[in-house]
Design a protein around this ligand. Structure first.
Ligand SMILES: Cc1cc2nc3c(=O)[nH]c(=O)nc-3n(C[C@H](O)[C@H](O)[C@H](O)COP(=O)(O)OP(=O)(O)OC[C@H]3O[C@@H](n4cnc5c(N)ncnc54)[C@H](O)[C@@H]3O)c2cc1C
Length: 427
C-alpha cells in the first residue's frame, strides 16, 4: 500500500440512486416522460434556430407518460410505427423552441451542433459489485477500507468504491490500445463459468502483452475497421490480464467473478461478464459553433473517461448554470425582473454585468417592438446568455478533460501506482 488516508470529509460521495432521487424529488411529476427515446433532432425548415423537430419513439407496449404533442402529429406518425412485430412501438414528433441535449455519451442532439464523435480511449472496463463485503469478506473489507481504493500496475487498474449496505462497487480496467472489441477477441463475452473467466483474467500466459506492432503493415490496414483488420491477420491484439498483481488484488477480482455468477439471469442462464470499451470526446476539440436555441450539457457536451471523477460534478454544474441563464431570460421576458440581482448561484461577476447590460438592451428592444411575440423576446434574451454559458462550460470541460487524459496516462503507464499515489498525496 503506497498511500492511505482517512480524508477530511471535503470530498463526499453520494450513491447515484440517492442523487437521482434527490434531484427528481424537486420536479413536478409530468416533467419527466419515462421510456420515450429521442430518435432524431433536426432544425426546423428555415434552419435559423427557429425551433427543432424532435422525433421520439416508445419502447414496445409503452402506453403512459407520453410527451405533449399535437394530436394530428401523432396520428400522422402512427402510420410509421413498427408493424412487423407483435407489439407496436409508437413514434411521435414534437417541435421545441429550445433544445437541451442532456442525453449522454451517444447523444442524438450532438450531431446537430458538431460532427465530433466519441473516440475509443484504449481502455476496457468491467463493472462488478460485491454485496455485504463487510460481513462476508472481512479480509477484503479491511483491504478496501472505508472509502475508495485504487490499484494500478502493468497497464491495468481497479477502482473500488464503498456503496450502500456494506457493498463495494469495482471498476476493473484493462488496457488494449489496438482492440476496441477486446471482449469478443479474447472470448470473455461468451464465457459462462467462473473457472474459465478466472483462468482468462488471472492466470499467466492467457494474455498477449508483447508489442509486435512493428510487423503490421499500417498502410494496407488504413482503410479497414478494427475487426476487419484482424480478419486480414495484420493486427495482433495486445492486452495484459491481472496475473502479475498481488494476492489481495487478485483475490478481489476472483471474488467479484464468483459474485457475478452467483446471480444468474431470470431464465437461470449464467450471463457472461460484460467488458465495455470506454469512449471520450477528443481533448481540446470540445467547442462547437454556437447555434441559437440548442445546446448540450454533461457527457453529451464533454464525454471523458472517469479517471478524474469529474463527470457528474461537471454535469450538475452545467445544469445549474444553464438553469440560471434560462431563469434570467424568462424573468426578463415575462416578469420584467433582473434575475441575476438576487441569484446566489449565478456566474462570475464580470459575466453578470455583461448579462445585465444585455438584458437592458433586450428590454429596450422589447418596448420598441411590443408586437414581437414573447417567444422571440425570450429566445433573443437567452441567446447571448447561452453563448456565455457554453463558453464557460467548454473551458471547464476542457480543463477536466485534460486532467482526465493526464490521469489516464498515469494510471496505465510506467510506475503507475507510485504516480497515482503522488496525485492523492498532493490533494
Ligand atoms: C464506469 C463509469 C464510472 C464513472 N464514475 C464516475 C465517478 O466516480 N464520478 C463522476 O463524477 N463521474 C463518473 N463517471 C462519469 C459519469 O457517469 C458521467 O459523467 C455522468 O453520468 C454524465 O451525466 P449525464 O447526465 O450527462 O449523462 P448520463 O448519466 O449518461 O445520462 C444521460 C441520460 O440520457 C438518456 N438518453 C440517452 N440517449 C437517449 C435518447 N436517445 N433518448 C432519450 N434519452 C436518452 C440516458 O438513458 C440517460 O438517462 C463514470 C462513468 C462511467 C462510464
Amino acid at each position: 500500500m503506497l498511500w492511505s488516508a482517512e480524508g477530511d470529509g471535503t470530498r463526499p460521495e453520494i450513491s447515484r440512486h440517492a442523487l437521482t432521487k434527490l434531484l427528481l424529488s424537486r420536479l413536478p411529476g409530468e416533467c419527466v416522460r419515462w421510456g420515450w427515446k429521442l430518435v432524431s433532432a433536426e432544425a426546423d425548415e428555415d434552419g435559423k434556430g427557429k425551433g427543432y423537430n424532435l422525433t421520439f419513439s416508445t419502447p414496445p407496449s409503452q402506453s403512459q407518460g407520453q410527451p405533449q404533442e399535437q394530436e394530428s402529429e401523432r396520428e400522422q406518425t402512427k402510420e410509421a410505427t413498427t408493424a412487423t412485430t407483435a407489439i407496436q412501438t409508437e413514434t411521435i414528433r414534437i417541435k421545441a423552441d429550445l433544445l437541451i441535449g442532456a442525453d449522454g455519451a451517444w447523444s442524438r442532439t450532438r450531431p446537430l451542433l458538431t460532427p465530433t464523435t466519441p473516440q475509443y480511449s484504449g481502455e476496457q472496463m468491467i463493472i462488478a459489485t460485491i454485496p455485504d463485503l463487510n460481513t462476508r469478506y472481512p479480509a477484503l473489507e479491511a483491504f478496501v477500507g472505508k472509502g475508495s481504493l485504487i490499484i494500478a500496475g502493468d497497464g491495468n487498474a481497479a477502482i473500488g468504491q464503498r456503496a450502500a449496505g456494506g457493498a463495494v462497487r469495482f471498476y476493473f480496467v484493462i488496457s488494449s490500445q489496438d482492440d476496441e472489441d477486446l471482449a469478443k477477441t479474447i472470448g470473455l463475452d461468451y464465457l459462462t463459468r467462473p473457472s474459465e473467466v478466472k483462468e482468462l483474467l488471472l492466470e499467466r500466459g492467457r494474455d498477449n502483452p508483447e508489442n509486435i506492432s512493428a510487423t503490421n503493415n499500417e498502410d494496407e490496414n488504413e482503410s479497414l475497421g478494427g475487426q476487419d483488420k484482424k480478419k486480414k491477420g495484420k493486427i495482433t491484439t495486445h492486452w495484459r490480464n491481472f496475473n502479475t498483481w498481488g494476492s489481495l488484488p487478485k483475490s478481489l477480482i476472483s471474488t467479484a467473478i464468483d459474485e457475478h455468477f452467483l446471480h444468474p439471469t431470470a431464465d437461470k442462464l449464467a450471463k457472461p461478464i460484460d467488458m465495455k470499451p470506454m469512449y471520450m470526446l477528443p481533448v481540446g476539440k470540445l467547442a462547437w459553433p454556437h447555434r441559437a436555441g440548442a445546446t448540450l450539457v454533461g457527457d453529451a457536451a464533454h464525454l471523458m473517461t472517469p479517471f478524474a471523477g469529474e463527470g457528474v460534478n461537471l454535469a450538475m454544474r452545467d445544469a445549474l448554470d444553464l438553469a440560471s441563464a434560462i431563469g434570467t431570460a424568462w424573468d426578463v421576458t415575462y416578469n420584467h425582473e433582473n434575475h441575476d440581482d438576487d441569484d446566489d448561484n449565478s456566474n462570475d461577476s464580470g459575466h453578470q454585468h455583461q448579462h445585465q447590460q444585455q438584458q437592458r438592451q433586450q428590454e429596450e428592444q422589447r418596448s420598441e417592438s411590443s408586437q414581437e411575440p414573447e417567444r422571440d423576446i425570450f429566445l433573443g434574451t437567452l441567446d447571448p446568455l447561452l453563448q456565455d454559458f457554453e463558453k464557460e462550460m467548454i473551458n471547464r470541460g476542457e480543463a477536466a478533460a485534460e486532467e482526465t487524459w493526464t490521469n489516464l496516462q498515469l494510471f496505465f503507464g510506467e510506475d503507475a501506482a507510485r504516480k497515482v499515489a503522488s496525485i492523492f498525496q498532493q490533494l
